[in-house]
Design a protein around this ligand. Sequence first.
Ligand SMILES: [Zn+2]
Length: 325
Amino acid sequence: MPAPYPWLSPLWNRLQSMRQRLPHSVLLAGPQGVGKLELAQAWAKSLLCEKPSPEGEACGQCEGCHWFEAGTHPDFKHLTLIEKENREGEVKLATEISVEQAREAVEFVQLSTYRAGRRLVLVEPAEALNTASANALLKVLEEPPINTVFVLISHQPRQLLPTILSRCHKLEVGLPSREDSRKWLKAQGLDETLLDWAGGAPLTALADREEGQQEIRAEILKALSQGNSLDAVSLAENWYRRLPARLWHRISYRWLLDLLASSLGGDVRFNPDFSKELARLGKQVKRAGLLDLAQEDMKAGRWVEHPLNRQQVLEAWLTSYRQVF
Ligand SMILES: [Zn+2]
């Protein structure tokens, strides 16, 4: 198997060139939606393959490959965010990798390897390690057992402890070029206009498309384009149940940023398909009010996640929005 995505080929080759002298820990750092996880998994699979090709690619046939594909390879551990039940009985994805998980990984690397070969621990995303779990892992990162490789993935490497960073061989996984992304999206039957909304990350563009984000976004932006004539009450009533809070926040906040840019005569960044509407609204908007609303939005971030009175919160936001015109 070659690189999981065409734009990852140079990095894939670099990882393969490390096979003979494996670093103890590798950090794949870069924005979301560029394929870091797939790259790490493909590399792990190729390192655990029992009959790799001369180029180091996994055979896909051996027992190691079968186990890896089934997610049951005994020499592979994936340390990631897991779902947990909270006090209200709701199952939610944890926001941190716990110290218990980190300790399990430490025990795992201290066992002898099942296949008497290499062993891999994938930590993803590494910024989800809290102080306790990072410190637990540090012990083995400092003096890793033989034939053990840690692969850390981070979307925000600046948030990692310096002691962790300094132990890792860092590889940057940047955004692909516009041309590479465009070609790839086209091959998936997608339009490149999705890329702006996805911040240039092709896999985010694909996921957005699959979630139907573009339809929701278009509906919201059409309403927000009405400026001070939108109907806050009926929109809040219509949206509050079916709009995931994070998505609403992403859409509304980016709209405000574009509106701000447009009012200053700049280029819109996230919603170029609405540039006509943004140009019109940009001339009418009171910038101080808009700034206040954007700042509040940034600070409050997740307020809409509050399950109670979400409708009122949304309605209040829409009313404030009307008033900036
Ligand atoms: Zn194999």
